[in-house]
Each structure stands twice: as C-alpha cells, then as structure tokens.
Design a protein around this ligand. Structure first.
Ligand SMILES: [Zn+2]
Length: 236
C-alpha cells in the first residue's frame, strides 16, 4: 500500500537469497512513484489527454496494439449493402467463430465431424466456406463470369482481402463486395437445411439460390425476373 510517507510493503513469505536482486529491482521500480496530489479520487483513462473514455479512441488503440486487426478487411464487411443479420454472420465468419462442427468440438461438444456437402472432410470453417467442392462451385461461378483466375486463400480474412483486390477490375465495386456474402449465406442456409430439415438441393439449385440472393441484395429484383438477373450479372 502507498502512503504519503512511502510504500508499506509486507511479503507473504520470507524472501530467498536468490530473490533479493529481484526484490531490489521491484522496490526501485515502485520507488519512482512520487505519490498523488491532493484531490478527490477519480477514474482516469490513459487513452486520452483528458482521461475520458472514448469508444473511437479505444478502438484505434486496440487496433494499434493488435496486429491481427490491422489487415482485417472491415470495409468489406460492414460497408456492404446486405441485411444487418447477414453482416453479423459475415463478421463472425471473418473471425472464424461461426458454430461449425470444429468450433462446437472446441466448446466440448463431442461430434464425429463430417462435412455435410462432400462427406469427405471434417467440417471446419475454412473447409465449409472456402474449400469444399460445393463452395468452390459458387466461387467459380463468379470467377468464370469475369474470366480471371483466382486461387482461394487459406483463411476467411485473406479470401475477403483477395476478393477485394480482384474487385479492382469489377464494373461495380459495391456489388462485387456482396458476392462473398451471398456465397456464404447460401452455403449456411443449405448446410442448415441439410442438417436440420433433411432437405438437400442440387448443385444447380444451390447456384441458382446464390444468384437470386445476390440479385435481391442488389435491389434489382423482387422475383425470378430473368432480365434483371442478367442485368445484375452484367454489371459485376
Ligand atoms: Zn465438404
């Protein structure tokens, strides 16, 4: 405890010989504390000059201290014109925190993990949303449309970053950013349909669902209007 007369320190046990240097260093460190000035105690946040907590400042402080966050493509998540609940799912997916079987097993739930699409590999976030052959069909659908080659990265955030860079060639950047969300939302819905309702759509139907979701979020169509679908795909 610190008092105006200095530190009052008591150790819970005797200090060993080999610990004396460390205790001396410790006392030297805390001895540099010159005490508080007179006045009422108050909360003081060191992130600003005035000591007042600011969410924006805290966010920037966290980003500057967490290298993992720096390259996280937030703009491609929260600035995308999709329903809010999909944005939340999108955000969880970028953190690879959605409740796929690998994450459920980490929480202690015992499962025999198997991808519900290919039934060949364990269901992990990266397999289900990036590399499963059914998901690859959806990626290729749009890649082939633009006629360029794209290697699917190993992580969700890398995929978003890479997709954003590939979007430089897109006619509409804002629509291009909707594509990963439409693919992942389609995969999630199909996965849940197979797991919980025992309903399995064909790959052609899954592709069709993905395009319809994309068009719907692009606010182009309210129904299966073929002309509008072609317009949306042309505009990418
Ligand atoms: Zn699979």
């Amino acid at each position: 405890m610190w008092t105006p007369d200095g530190w009052e320190i008591s150790f819970r046990r005797q200090v060993n010989d080999w610990e004396i240097t460390r205790v001396a260093d410790f006392l030297n460190t805390i001895g540099q504390f010159k005490g508080t000035q007179e006045g009422e105690d108050e909360f003081w946040w060191q992130g600003t000059d005035r000591g007042t907590f600011r969410v924006g400042k805290a966010y920037r402080w966290l980003n500057s201290h967490n290298q993992q966050n720096v390259n996280r493509p937030w703009k491609t998540i929260w600035k995308v014109n999709i329903p809010y609940k999909v944005s939340c799912f999108f955000w969880l997916l970028s953190k690879e925190a959605v409740l796929t079987q690998d994450n459920l097993m980490e929480k202690g739930i015992i499962l025999c993990s198997r991808c519900v699409f290919c039934r060949e590999q364990a269901e992990t976030v990266r397999h289900l949303f990036l590399h499963c052959k059914i998901t690859c069909h959806l990626w290729r659908l749009f890649i082939n449309l633009k006629g360029f080659s794209w290697t699917i990265p190993g992580k969700v955030t890398e995929a978003l970053q890479s997709w954003e860079e590939a979007g430089v060639l897109a006619r509409s950047r804002s629509r291009w950013r909707i594509i990963p969300a439409s693919i992942w939302w389609t995969i999630l819905k199909e996965r849940n349909s197979r797991c919980f309702e025992n309903i399995e759509n064909s790959i052609e139907q899954i592709k069709s669902n993905c395009i319809l979701i994309l068009c719907f979020w692009c606010n182009q169509i309210r129904s299966n209007d073929l002309v509008s679908i072609i317009d949306v795909l042309d505009s990418l």
